[in-house]
Every structure is written in structure tokens, then in C-alpha cells.
Ligand binder design. Sequence first.
Ligand SMILES: Nc1ncnc2c1ncn2[C@@H]1O[C@H](COP(=O)(O)OP(=O)(O)OP(=O)(O)O)[C@@H](O)[C@H]1O
Ligand SMILES: [Mg+2]
Length: 256
Amino acid sequence: MTVILEVQNVSKTYRNGAEVKALENVSFIVNYDEFLCIIGPSGCGKSTLLRIIAGLDRPDSGKVIFKGKEITSPTPKITMVFQSFALLPWKTALENVELPLVVNGYTKDEARERAMKYLKMVHLDGFENVYPHDLSGGMKQRVGLARALALHPEILLLDEPFSSLDELTAKDLRILLLKIWSDPTLPTNNFIMITHNVEEAVMMADRIIVMSPRPGRIVGELKVNVPRPRFEHLRDKEFFEAVDKLLEMLSISEYK
Ligand SMILES: Nc1ncnc2c1ncn2[C@@H]1O[C@H](COP(=O)(O)OP(=O)(O)OP(=O)(O)O)[C@@H](O)[C@H]1O
Ligand SMILES: [Mg+2]
């Protein structure tokens, strides 16, 4: 089996107040072990799509199939890193990572051990007892990453995880994320990341899916063949070619 996730003809219209058609007939597949990026202009329905994949929201029509079964509610097998971090301000870094583990049936001791391991992995050892208020943006997102990974999901969803961080912090976190994705000892091998940063998509993804302006539709797909580690190939012709192709697809999509 090569396909882990299948998005089939997903459409979604918000009807609270003005009618907003967010997604129209979106279909794509995700292969095992793939780093997939989804790119599209602001407001095109990217977060909506990710929430539907996570089971946090339901499509009006169409479905999401994960390993042969339809997703209808949240599952610890698919977890999410949010753009706004979404940490509980009254809980420490450690407690923020522990909470979903306890909710999912781990004992307090197991949750603590797992949370400590993942905080260390994101280089936050020593900050376990600090509250979100006293952490920098980059550190908050490291907590978000540890929290999502600690559940040992099979698919990690990332909704513009670096867009509110400064470029140097974002660069550090991109390197960390790629290290985690390619670590064979970790159980999470599938990443789906939303971005509207073209270079970031080319730096990270095996394959990039391009969305149109709202209502979001798939208007193109690009397989990235730049060798990894890509940080050593940022000035390569192949890198620029991939960026150009993506820009072309995005600007074409604006006028469709
Ligand atoms: N809960 C909601 N109720 C009503 N409309 C919504 C809701 N959530 C999103 N929308 C609308 O649906 C459209 C798609 O929103 P969504 O957040 O999925 O887009 P996005 O591509 O993630 O945007 P951004 O790049 O700004 O994060 C937008 O026009 C938004 O205003
Ligand atoms: Mg969004």
C-alpha cells in the first residue's frame, strides 16, 4: 500500500452569516513517508482543508480516507501544529505537552516521561516549568511541535507553523522539522504542511499541491527533485526552477 491518506471531492461552505464557499471539489492523495506542502493565497481554504483532514471539521460533501477508513472525528493518529501556537496560557510547557497524552489515556507517569522526551527533542529542556507568556514565539512553536509529536501520530499537520516567526527562528525550526521527519527512530513519517512561502515549500516538500483563490480548488502539483539536504542546494539551478514553476502556477491560479 502506498497511499496513506486520500482527500476525495471535498467541498465546504460556511453558512454562519454570509455564505462563504471555502473549498470546491478538492481531491488529492498523500503517499506514505511523504513530506507534502499545500500552498495557496490567503483565504483560499487551506486551514479549512487541514481542519477537515484532522477531523476537527466536517465537509459538506466528499470525504477524507485515512488508511482505508473515513475520518469523521479527531484521532491521535493525525495531530496538528497551529499557526497561533494554541497553547493553554495557564499551563506550563510541560503541562501543555502532557495534557493531550492524559486525555488520550496515558497514565500521569507515562505522559510525563513522553512529554519530557519530546520537549528535549525540540531543545526545550530546562524550560519545562515555564509558562507560555515567558516563552519567545519560536519556543512556543517548539512546545506546539512537541505536543503534536508526543502522541506519536502517523500524520503531522502543520498550519503555517513559521509564518508568525522571524526568519532566523523560522530557519532553525525548518531544519529541526526536517531532522524529525527523516529520523527513522520516530513513528511520525508523514508531514502535511501549509505555507504561503514559495521558497519554504521548495525547501521542505517532496511534493507541493497548489490551490486557487477562494473557493479553494487544486490547480497544480509539483514534484520537487532538488536533492536533500536542500540547505546545501539553495543556490542550485534546480531550486530556482522549482520556485519559478510554483510562482507561475500561483499567478496563473489568480486569474482562473
Ligand atoms: N468558522 C468560519 N465561519 C465562517 N467563515 C469562515 C470560517 N472559517 C473560515 N471562514 C472563511 O472561509 C474562507 C477560508 O478560510 P481559511 O481560514 O480556511 O483560509 P486560509 O487559506 O487558511 O487563509 P489564511 O491564508 O489567511 O490562513 C475565508 O474566507 C474565511 O473567512
Ligand atoms: Mg489559514
